[in-house]
Design a protein around this ligand. Structure first.
Ligand SMILES: C[S@@+](CC[C@H](N)C(=O)[O-])C[C@H]1O[C@@H](n2cnc3c(N)ncnc32)[C@H](O)[C@@H]1O
Length: 268
């Protein structure tokens, strides 16, 4: 299996994550660097948060975007009006490009869904020219996502199955400190640097926070959508109480931190 990601709908993804990954994309680009005239690869483009941020950051010559999910490839293609961008279905672990074709390969919030994430890093390295850059970011679910931990911890107090979900959620591939850095080094990248990228997830209300999850999108949504009605009622109320934290419902702002790594492809 080359992906653990499950997608229900592109619009559901936008509400759950796309609105935040659009904020994170420019931060990954700043960290990875980008220059006019470059050929860039976006691995696991989803609905295109990073893909469409790239030509805003530099006058690049070509952007190739790939994703495993046909639902996302279709949506990103529908949104694309830039002739420099091509989007296709492909696996991060078997990239359909020649060795050394790109100046940079970037991947935003993807490697934690790839069971053999090292293989994807090795493929990114293969398709980037010597001297070019490979960069990736994944959420720090354990220590950097208080808004989501709040929900996961609340349901883990209520249900044994949710405790397993929490363990899986917090320790997906590349999420442990230095894990991605070590993997970049093991796969032959040099000048490897690690950073924390920060955005804030701002919600208007509990409904704005809970609706995308309750609709069944993403791994947490899949769990919530499968609950029996009584258990669901208890869960909704407990998560709402955690969101409100003793104050009236309304806007809340949560920090969200991603681990990021970049490395340079060596000459021979
Ligand atoms: C959380 S989404 C991130 C999408 C987009 N990069 C963003 O930041 O909004 C994870 C994406 O990784 C893709 N993905 C997961 N495993 C993959 C694989 N083996 N090859 C290519 N794409 C993969 C999923 O289909 C999904 O679009």
């Amino acid at each position: 299996m080359t992906s653990n990601f499950n997608v229900r709908s592109a619009s559901g993804y936008e509400q759950l994550m796309g609105r935040w990954s659009r904020q994170l994309a420019p931060r990954l680009i700043d960290f990875a660097g980008l220059a006019d005239g470059e050929r860039v690869l976006d691995v696991g483009c989803g609905t295109g948060s990073l893909t469409f941020a790239l030509p805003k950051a530099a006058n690049v010559s070509e952007i190739a975007a790939i994703d495993y999910s046909p639902v996302f490839v279709e949506e990103a293609t529908r949104r694309n009006a830039d002739p420099r961008i091509t989007i296709q279905e492909a696996d991060a672990c078997a990239l359909p490009f020649k060795d050394g074709y790109f100046d940079r390969a970037l991947s935003l919030l993807v490697l934690h869904f790839v069971p053999e994430a090292g293989k994807a890093i090795s493929e990114m390295r293969r398709v980037v020219r010597p001297g070019g850059v490979v960069a990736a970011a994944v959420w720090d679910h354990l220590g950097g996502m208080p808004g989501m931990r709040m929900m996961v911890d609340t349901v883990a107090m209520l249900d044994e199955n949710a405790r397993q979900l929490r363990s899986h959620y917090c320790f997906q591939p590349m999420m442990r400190p230095d894990e991605m850095k070590q993997s970049f080094i093991e796969h032959g990248l040099t000048e490897v640097e690690q950073a924390s990228l920060l955005i804030r997830m701002d919600y208007q209300s509990f409904e704005d926070y809970w609706e995308p999850i309750a609709a069944g999108e993403g791994p947490l949504g899949k769990y919530v959508a499968a609950l029996a009605p009584t258990q669901r009622k208890v869960t909704d109320a407990a998560v709402k109480a955690a969101y409100e934290a003793g104050q009236p419902d309304g806007p809340r702002s949560f920090a969200a931190v991603a681990w990021a790594c970049r490395g340079v492809v060596p000459f021979a």
